[in-house]
Design a binder for this molecule. Structure first.
Ligand code: PMP
Length: 307
């Protein structure tokens, strides 16, 4: 269980153990919540939240897609997040803002239930492990298909939708792999259970386009920009499953996983079986950006006021 001192809940900071909800919370029954995963790093310019505005913006877009008006402005949520990190005295942490339909009438129409907002943060290391970030992880193509835009909204970061990722992650870990890669109904590669995916072949970087059933990842965008700045051609196009096996390099990106190389897919070693040179180079600059070591990307950092 993670732990910190306080959690922001509907406008005030409350002690960690008191940030509770009722069992008849609408979101608990029907998955009517949207959320974000954000990180704060101890950077060269002090603790700072990476691409904070973009995360707040996506939270509001996700909530609007599910007809959930947030009773705060984007600026209030941004300030509340900065305040929560500062109040917990954390210099680097994972941040979880969540917006959900609270205690109200049961039944599928959520529109008469209140919209509750909470922001928690805690210390959390690399999601796929420091070892994984350094040497790569083993992935399995899931038998579960990525949720279809015909039934849900892949571009929303919504709580209920994560049952799709949960099934894929359980299947992969029970089979002895670190992560799952999901295809869509047509067999086209989408993404990891909680990360976007990139393939390197013949010096070019390829990633599924935003029109695919993927989350429009903020780190995906950052890595596309960084790779472009490094002079690499980045192509956004559909990827066939076999391209995962034929790739020279594969890596995934996400707030929790940061940039993690994939060293094996379905027991095929990727390239030499070790993270390749392009992955390493992009990862190094990306890590510099996260930690404020590269001035070009300082504009992505939102400093946390510390006393
Ligand atoms: N896809 C899914 C399904 C995710 O859960 C995440 C994590 N938010 C990502 C991609 C990566 O998105 P981001 O880079 O914005 O964290």
């Amino acid at each position: 269980m993670p732990q910190a001192d306080v959690i922001w809940k509907n406008g005030e900071l409350v002690p960690w153990d008191e940030a509770k909800i009722h069992v008849l919370t609408h979101a608990l029954h029907y998955g009517t919540g949207v959320f974000e995963g954000v990180r704060c790093y101890d950077t060269e310019i002090g603790p700072a939240i990476f691409r904070h505005h973009e995360h707040v913006d996506r939270l509001f877009r996700s909530s609007s897609l599910y007809y959930m008006p947030i009773p705060f402005t984007q600026e209030q949520i941004r300030q509340a997040t900065l305040e929560t990190v500062a109040a917990n005295g954390l210099r680097s942490c994972y941040i979880r803002p969540i917006v959900f339909r609270g205690e109200g009438p049961m039944g599928l129409n959520p529109l008469d239930s209140p919209v509750d907002v909470a922001i928690a943060c805690w210390e959390w290391g690399a999601y796929l492990g420091d070892e994984g970030k350094a040497n790569g992880v083993r992935a399995k193509v899931s038998s579960w298909r990525r949720l279809s835009p015909a039934g849900l909204i892949p571009h929303a970061k919504a709580t209920g939708q994560y049952l799709n990722s949960v099934l894929a992650k359980i299947e992969a870990t029970k089979a002895g792999y670190d992560e799952a890669i999901l295809l869509d109904d047509a067999g086209v590669v989408c993404e990891g259970s909680g990360e976007n995916l990139f393939v390197v072949r013949d010096g070019r970087i390829v990633t599924p386009p935003q029109t695919a059933s993927i989350l429009d990842g903020i780190n995906r965008r950052s890595v596309i920009e960084i790779a472009g700045d490094l002079g690499y051609e980045v192509v956004e196009r559909d990827l066939a499953r076999a391209e995962l096996y034929l790739a020279d390099e594969v890596f995934v990106t996400g707030t929790a996983a940061e940039l993690t190389p994939i060293r094996e897919v379905d027991d095929h070693p990727v390239g030499t079986g070790e993270p390749g040179p392009i992955t390493r180079e992009v990862q190094r600059v990306f890590e510099d950006a996260l930690h404020g070591r590269d001035e070009r990307y300082r504009r992505w950092l939102d400093p946390v006021p510390v006393s």
